[in-house]
Design a protein around this ligand. Structure first.
Ligand code: ZN
Length: 256
């Protein structure tokens, strides 16, 4: 190896979050994020609205396990903003695949792509907001599929809401009840009644998405679904949701 490159490698070692050396991300991790998106809301107990209305459809690229966990943790919390170039194109391709499903529900109308807001503590710790990168990717992917889509950061966490890390399902629910509010920008931009698609990094219990859905619905908007990079597998889920056929995209029932 060239001596200068050798030195640079010693000073700035490059590795995929899974541990593979000399690449920013490896082919195996990239393949895990290649989709197709599959419906995962059945594995998120806190998405159950308990009002008889079916939980909001959620599409994920992959289960949140093994190397995918490593990629997400390094990307979000260990300063690997360069992994934007892995996760954003992956989600963009997935959103393009969702285009026809959304088009059928939208009937020509535009959709607002709403990032799930992080706590201000998380935002400060990361000095950026990774979910906004995903929201941009989803809007681009929908646009690729001919759907009018724009990112609207419509929501904020109330300052009382603490980060969810380390909280169990029940504590998350308590923490999040009323923890999300519309921003003035969100209210103004979404207007009277907008179709929305939510974007988050990881679906765990669904408590965060449920709080966001509630806040948007209370303001008169329709939440058509949510897209996430990865979803914590439910015990009842098929062993390898990545291998499910694209028909697992499902369809959207627009609530009236
Ligand atoms: Zn890897």
């Amino acid at each position: 190896m060239h001596p200068v490159r050798e030195l640079a490698r010693l000073l700035l070692p490059v590795a995929c979050p899974c541990g593979e050396l000399d690449v920013r991300w490896c082919a195996r991790c990239a393949a895990l994020l290649a989709g197709p998106p599959v419906r995962v809301e059945h594995g998120a107990p806190r998405l159950d609205r308990l009002d008889g209305v079916r939980p909001v459809p959620v599409w994920a690229l992959t289960p949140y396990t093994g190397p995918v966990r490593d990629v997400v943790v390094h990307w979000k919390d260990r300063g690997r903003a360069d992994l934007d170039r892995l996760v954003a194109p992956s989600l963009r391709r997935a959103a393009a695949q969702l285009g026809p499903v959304l088009s059928a529900a939208l009937r020509g109308a535009a959709v607002a792509v709403v990032p799930v807001p992080s706590t201000s503590a998380a935002r400060r710790a990361r000095s950026r907001d990774p979910v906004s990168v995903l929201a941009r990717a989803v809007a681009d992917g929908l646009h690729d599929a001919g759907v009018q889509a724009r990112v609207v950061p419509a929501l904020a966490r109330r300052s009382s809401g603490r980060d969810q890390v380390g909280l169990g399902a029940r504590a998350r629910g308590r923490n999040l009840a009323g923890a999300v509010r519309m921003t003035r920008h969100g209210t103004r931009t979404l207007g009277q009644r907008s179709a929305c698609i939510l974007v988050d990094d990881v679906l765990t219990t669904g408590a965060t998405l449920a709080a966001v859905e509630r806040a948007l619905e209370q303001d008169g908007h329709d939440v058509l679904g949510a897209t996430v990079l990865a979803a914590t597998p439910s015990p009842a889920a098929a062993p390898d949701p990545v291998a499910r056929p694209p028909s697992a995209l499902g369809e959207i029932l627009v609530r009236t």
